[in-house]
Design a protein around this ligand. Structure first.
Ligand SMILES: [Zn+2]
Length: 139
């Protein structure tokens, strides 16, 4: 039996710049030119003032784990080989920007809230490269 394929994100037109940047190894988010509010996930209008004058800004790619869970059982069949894996909300350094992603590059038991993390990019297919996060090595 063929292994089930992992699902690929649906790329709406206004989200294209996000996925194009990710393919190039850059993490971007939107900022409102009218009021300065940072916006993530991508929208067609500002979440604060409803202006559609939005620009794309590059993120530092650095943040902290806001919350997380370790998936150890009952995941969708395409992800069975990845278990145990970590689903996390990462709070980026840029005010108001939070992303749902995975923590990779460490043992899931070592993940903690407020742990410093940085973005890494994992190619899913020719169109989609997923931003994920790994612990920042403490010096
Ligand atoms: Zn605004």
């Amino acid at each position: 039996m063929d292994k089930p394929k992992k699902p690929s994100p649906v790329v709406n037109p206004w989200v294209k710049p996000f996925w194009e940047a990710a393919r190039e190894g850059r993490l971007v988010y939107q900022r409102c030119r009218s009021c300065g509010t940072n916006i993530f996930y991508p929208r067609i209008a500002c979440i604060s003032c409803f202006s559609d004058d939005l620009e794309w800004v590059q993120s530092s790619g650095k943040g902290t784990v806001y919350s997380y869970t370790v998936v150890e059982s009952n995941c969708p069949s395409a992800f069975v080989d990845d278990m145990p894996y970590v689903i996390a909300i990462v709070k980026l350094q840029e005010k108001g920007v939070q992303m749902l992603s995975n923590i990779v590059g460490c043992d899931p038991v070592d993940v903690r809230c407020d742990m410093p993390v940085e973005v890494v990019f994992e190619k899913l297919n020719d169109d989609i490269t997923l931003p994920k996060f790994r612990p920042v090595a403490l010096k």
